[in-house]
Ligand binder design. Structure first.
Ligand SMILES: [Fe+2]
Ligand SMILES: [Fe+2]
Length: 227
């Protein structure tokens, strides 16, 4: 059912936006980060109620939403949000989608992660096809400033923190052209897939750590269950 839902949603967006690439990516990126907001909200609620504490899950999901935020900023810098109809559509769908994700995550967290694994996998394939079909034209265009800044400058702690299959500082993109930008957005989506797979592991409640927390020098923060 989850697979059918994802396929249906993707079909509708791809059909409606078949000739408008950047608005399509803007809509997809607006909606695609909403599940991470939902996971964060539910995990905060569990902590507030004293049921469960897992700071690493909060850290990783926030870093994932931070990464998707920058995908969104890149699409906005390319004019994807220029038309109010696209903004209204993306925000309306995202608002409804948030509550669906909250409910799904509360009732069946592993299914919620599986759902996101499929969504992120679809994003990876969408960007791969886009790169193949527009390689020359993308290589002739400069990278947006926001992409250069996010991927290459300053504090890259958050950039490392959503990639749970890698060690900190393992991946350092070179961003010169628009092709490099989309290639790295695509690669980010693949890292999200890996993180969603890790979250579904039966052992994840005991073993899941953010890349920096997994370093030997990192302190133990708390048991999974609050005293
Ligand atoms: Fe994205
Ligand atoms: Fe994504």
């Amino acid at each position: 059912m989850i697979r059918l839902l994802v396929n249906f949603f993707v079909f509708v967006v791809d059909f409606v936006y078949r000739d408008r690439t950047y608005p399509r990516f803007y809509v997809l990126e607006t909606i695609a980060r909403v599940p991470y907001f939902a996971y964060l909200s539910v995990l905060h609620l569990y902590e507030t109620l004293g049921l469960w504490r897992k700071s690493d899950w909060l850290k990783v999901h926030f870093a994932e939403s931070w990464n998707e935020l920058h995908h969104l900023l890149i699409m906005e810098s390319l004019g994807g949000n220029a038309w109010w109809v696209d903004r209204l559509l993306a925000r309306s769908v995202a608002t409804a989608y948030y509550w669906i994700c909250v409910l799904l995550y509360m009732v069946a967290p592993r299914s919620a992660y599986y759902f996101m694994e499929l969504v992120e996998g679809h994003a990876y394939h969408t960007y791969s096809i886009f790169l193949q079909e527009h390689e020359l034209e993308l290589k002739a265009l400069p990278a947006p400033e926001v992409a250069v800044s996010y991927y290459t400058r300053g504090d890259l702690y958050m950039f490392d923190e959503f990639q749970t299959a890698r060690r900190p500082e393992e991946r350092r993109p070179v961003i010169e052209t628009l092709y490099d930008t989309f290639k790295n957005i695509r690669d980010d989506e693949q890292e999200h897939v890996k993180t969603m797979v890790a979250c579904q592991s039966p052992e994840a409640q005991k073993t899941f750590k953010s890349p920096h927390s997994a370093l030997p020098t990192s302190p133990e923060r708390e048991p999974a269950h609050l005293p």
